[in-house]
Design a protein around this ligand. Structure first.
Ligand code: NDP
Length: 504
């Protein structure tokens, strides 16, 4: 891969359409900023409806191109594996690019990039295992079969928090099945997706199989989600934007897979080692500066240990090191966008107005070596929280946890489920019966017991309620990106006269 952080610095990045990097037809570019300084670091092409139409046309042509359509499953799997190995060979550079783009800790992007090849291999292995079935039918000499086939062009709208890792879980299976793809990354973090496009080209995918259109959600995103040439959308981002995209897609009767926001409950019972539970809560909400959809941002603690737990949580939070994302001893880097910083500050202020108290953090860090233009915020613990306060209801997407006590299981379940979201949940207890009752009653797509944010591409993940629908990961995803076609074959060799049937 030729692209590196320094080759991107100050450059103009093009669109990737039909196997090549091209300038946007309108000649427009917008700036992308470095979260550690707030300064511009490159310009990205601002695609409009014309560029999007060209990308969708290329993807549709590629879908019908025999070089892709008639490629055997084994060869398609091999191509996805080749991409996996290119990602492995360039993992360090991809991590550096993404960290520079969104401010995520380098050790975290490294871990993500290093796990991605396994995910590509996992889905590549399914290319030749996706199969239809044979169904009985009430007729002699007739074969009734279901074929599984690719959908066509899949439009993927990805967020800025973990662009490549979140893309992998849908791109890899889509390619393994034989779909073609148009990706619209967030304007706030496009560089790693464009670098991946270079690897896709290098791997030898036919032109048009994968296309990347950069630009704003308002322009490129809207154009993509209104385009009649797309067979399915995959979206990860806010519930508000998900609603809008689903509305656009509905006009063309196109299905979507939506991974949206969350306000996940993290429950701690009195029978656990407090230190372990504190570590779980801290990593569940403060990792990636809270910019994860599954962040356990509502913490419910059994009243019997509430005071002890709060003391331990405050002490642990105070030891969290906010700093440059590229430095090894940093625990939390900056937020990815200036808007995120204002959003976090706004929710903490409104929480205080509503009666909650800041027990730790609650401000921008004053630390030598950090640029004052960077979008840093201290990890923040809010106590005296109530479930109906704004910061406890809305997704903040920042390092803020609200904590409140509960008396018994019934109250805890009522509080935990009292949210319009239903993405993830966690419980700390040594009582297996209680953990299973929680798993059974909680309205969330993922339940963690005595751990949090532990995930695998081998299991299906997704949301309930306003956290979305559709699943990614596991074999389930192969059904999300393929469709059934029913084929009925008469092998009697003697088609009857259709008018010979009589009432008696
Ligand atoms: P959005 O949901 O608006 O953005 C996510 C993606 O959607 C981006 O690629 C964005 O492009 C694109 N997009 C925006 N508007 C449209 C549109 N009308 N049509 C098609 N695509 C569109 O999130 P924000 O970046 O504005 O962040 C706001 C909040 O969303 C966060 O504070 C957080 O709460 C939540 N969020 C949740 C994520 C998750 O993982 N569940 C991920 C990201 C955000 P562009 O960025 O170029 O506008």
């Amino acid at each position: 891969m030729k692209t590196t952080v320094s080759s991107i610095e100050g450059s103009r990045q093009g669109l990737f359409i039909n196997g090549e990097f091209v300038a946007p037809k309108n000649g427009n570019y917008i700036a992308s900023y470095d979260p550690t300084t707030g300064e511009r670091w490159y310009d990205l092409a601002e695609a409009d409806a014309d560029d999007v139409a060209a990308a969708v046309a290329a993807a549709n042509a590629a879908f019908r191109n025999p070089a892709w359509r008639r490629m055997t499953q084994t060869d398609r799997g091999a191509l996805v594996r080749k991409l996996a190995e290119l990602v492995r060979a360039n993992a360090d550079t991809l991590a550096e690019i993404e960290t520079r783009d969104n401010g995520k800790l380098l050790k975290e992007t490294w871990a993500q990039m290093r796990s991605m090849p396994d995910s590509y291999h996992y889905f590549a292995g399914m290319a030749d295992k996706l199969q239809g079935d044979t169904i009985p039918i009430n007729r002699a000499d007739t074969l009734n079969i279901n074929l599984r086939e690719p959908l066509g062009v899949v439009g993927m709208i990805t967020p800025w928090n973990s662009p490549l890792m979140l893309l992998t879980g849908t791109l890899a299976p889509c390619l393994a099945i034989g779909n073609t793809v148009v990706i619209k990354p967030s304007e706030h973090a496009t560089a790693s997706t464009l670098a991946l496009a270079e690897l896709i080209h290098e791997a030898g995918f036919p032109a048009g199989v994968v296309n990347v259109v950069t630009g704003t959600g308002k322009s490129a995103g809207e154009a993509l989600t209104r385009h009649p040439g797309v067979a399915k959308y995959v979206f990860t981002g806010s519930t508000a934007t998900g609603r809008r995209i689903a509305g656009n897609a509905a006009q063309n009767l196109v299905p979507c897979s939506m991974e949206l926001g969350g306000k996940s409950p993290h429950v701690v019972f009195g029978d656990v080692e407090i230190e372990h539970a504190v570590n779980g809560v801290v990593s569940g909400v403060f990792a990636a500066a809270g910019q994860t959809c599954v962040a356990g941002s509502r913490c419910f603690v059994e009243a019997s240990i509430y005071d002890k737990f709060i003391d331990a949580l405050i002490a642990r939070t105070a030891r969290i090191r906010v700093g440059l994302p590229t430095v090894d001893d940093t625990d939390i880097g900056p937020l990815a966008l200036a808007d995120q910083l204002s959003k976090v500050e706004g929710y903490v202020a409104s929480g205080v107005k509503e009666g909650a108290k800041v027990a730790a953090g609650g401000r921008r860090p004053q630390k030598e070596g950090l640029s004052s233009g960077g979008w840093y915020y201290e990890p923040t613990v809010m106590v005296d929280a109530q479930n109906d306060m704004g910061f406890m209801r809305d997704e903040i997407f920042g390092p803020v946890v609200g904590v409140m006590p509960f008396r018994d299981e019934a109250e805890m379940i009522a509080l935990a489920n009292d949210s319009h979201y239903g993405l993830a949940s966690g419980i700390w207890t040594k009582d297996i019966d209680r953990a299973l009752r929680f798993a059974n009653q909680i309205e969330a797509g993922t339940v963690w017991v005595n751990t949090y944010r532990s995930a695998s591409f081998m299991s299906a993940n997704g949301g309930f309620k306003e956290s979305g629908y559709g699943r990614r990961g596991g074999f389930e995803v192969m059904h999300e990106f393929s469709r059934l076609k029913n084929v009925i074959i008469d092998y009697s060799g003697a088609m009857q006269d259709p008018f010979v049937i009589r009432l008696k």
